[in-house]
Design a protein around this ligand. Sequence first.
Ligand code: TYC
Length: 101
Amino acid sequence: MDASTLIKTDEKTGSKIKEPQECLVILLNDDYTTMEFVVEALVAVFHKRLDEAGRIMLDVHEKGKGVVGRYPWDIAATKAEQVHAAARRDGFPLRCALEPA
Ligand code: TYC
């Protein structure tokens, strides 16, 4: 077992199941959010350096989506919500998705 999985016992079958403890935050491209806003969000919410934030933003812009980072589920959900709230506030449709690491 690595540090990203938690062994739990299935209540019905008694079998051991592995539950992912961490997840990836995936940033999704759209046609409306400004590049500047995305870079600022990556710096403010994910504490990326400016050069790294710019690289992630451009990668997502070109490929459609990209990994921002790997976090425990609750921290990832909070960060995604912070991005969504800031985007809503500024009228942008920017979205993040979470997926098991
Ligand atoms: N595609 C956007 C634009 O051209 C920029 C953008 C990049 C938006 C990354 C979202 O996750 C994103 N203004």
